[in-house]
Design a protein around this ligand. Structure first.
Ligand code: NAD
Length: 371
């Protein structure tokens, strides 16, 4: 099997799909690994480290010659034309944001595995890049909240007086939210948590957060939340309005699959926040949980700073790449047998994550999107 790893070209993207440690393991297993020169720079892996791990380092135009698998973080459009028949392209596709990419892949009759479609089932946990990258995002969300806050997070007893711990609320306690809770707690904050799924509330409790419990239970399919009804939204708004007023920082991560992120912090709620309060909105990429979020920016409204970071995992490129590469290594077990390219198409993980097979779009919502 021949595996190819390009240098990521998306603006601001520092991650790389395979790190040298994982390359060495693939090479040991009989794979041929081809890496574009400079691919690891953003994550501090020089070409020499890839060579030492047994990879070939090549120019971009030679990358896909004879390659069975293209492994990427954000799937690049410029390589689509170079994909050879039978090859599989793997990476985050985000079809709803990149319809042109999907059309180009379909025109090329490509076979595409979208990392965001890996099923959230126990057996696929080690391949679950949404989770590994959300772990990074949740950690950085807490750090950014602390950094933007004009207050200490920890309680301090000093000769210059006693500082009370910051109050931090985490709204949306999925993978990122749980890590944000743990990180804010480690920084010494008093943490409150809100989610519409009961299981999430219990996990927050076990991490030492104080849950905000409302009479709403919105478990959707596959462990995700469903969209709230208008009545539930009203109850949520009324209750959260009271709670947010006392917070020093609010981290929001709420998502509903296939929909715009739900608005949890409305403009009138932001008005109730104390000046100096910080909001870090991890849902900025899918519309934001705060009505005033501007993706990629810090906006200040009456002393409240609202940050909507984009691509946080790229900021922690070393470990984000390491975790992503391990996810791919585990996924490759479904593509490679005894060093040969032998995809197990019937496996439920590949069935779930295959966006397109030889140009035919298999994922319903994507098909509807690009027609
Ligand atoms: P996500 O990114 O889709 O959403 C983040 C959180 O926002 C979720 O906890 C969701 O309940 C919450 N949310 C949605 N609407 C909300 C609202 N109106 N108010 C408050 N909170 C709201 O979630 P995720 O982190 O991807 O995790 C989703 C689920 O998948 C979880 O149950 C998680 O445990 C599960 N999971 C399973 C596996 C596995 O078994 N392989 C791996 C990862 C995650």
């Amino acid at each position: 099997v021949t595996v190819a790893v390009p240098k990521e070209r998306a603006p601001g993207e520092r991650r790389v799909a395979l790190v040298p440690e994982v390359v060495a393991r693939l090479v040991k297993g009989g794979a041929r690994v081809r890496v574009e020169g400079g691919a690891g720079e953003g994550a501090y892996h020089p070409d020499a480290a890839y060579l030492e791990a047994g990879a070939e380092v090549v120019e971009r135009d030679a990358l896909l010659r004879g390659a069975n698998l293209l492994l990427t973080v954000q799937m690049p459009q410029d390589l689509v034309e170079a994909l050879e028949p039978g090859a599989v392209a793997v990476g985050f596709v985000q079809a709803h944001k990149n319809p042109d990419l999907v059309r180009a892949l379909a025109a090329r009759k490509a076979t595409v595995l979208a990392m965001e479609l890996i099923p959230r089932i126990t057996r696929a946990q080690s391949m679950d890049a949404l989770s590994s990258q959300a772990t990074v995002a949740g950690y950085l969300a807490a750090l950014h909240a602390a950094r933007l806050s004009p207050r200490f997070f920890p309680m301090l007893t000093t000769a210059a007086g006693t500082i009370r711990p910051a109050k931090v609320m985490v709204m949306g306690v999925g993978v990122a939210g749980l890590v944000a809770i743990a990180t804010a707690r480690r920084l010494g904050a008093q943490v409150f948590a809100y989610d519409v799924r009961r299981a999430a509330v219990e996990q927050a409790l076990s991490l030492g957060a104080k849950p905000i419990e409302l009479p709403i239970s919105a478990e959707g399919e596959g462990g995700y939340a469903r969209e709230l009804t208008e009545e539930e939204k009203r109850i949520q708004h009324e209750a959260l309005r009271e709670h947010v007023a006392g917070m020093d920082a609010i981290i929001t991560t709420a998502q509903v699959p296939g929909r715009r992120a739900p608005i949890l912090l409305t403009e009138d709620m932001v008005e109730r926040l104390k000046p100096g309060t910080v909001v870090v909105d991890l849902a900025a990429e899918s519309g934001g949980n705060c009505a005033l979020t501007r993706p990629g920016e810090v906006v200040e409204v009456r002393g409240v700073r609202i940050f909507g970071p984009l691509n946080l995992p790229s900021e922690l490129a070393v470990h984000a790449s390491e975790m992503y590469a391990k996810n791919l290594l585990n996924l490759l077990d479904l593509f490679v047998a005894k060093g040969e390219f032998a995809p197990q198409w019937e496996d439920e993980i590949l069935q779930g994550a295959l966006l397109m097979r030889e140009g035919e779009i298999l994922h319903g919502p994507t098909k509807a999107l690009v027609g």
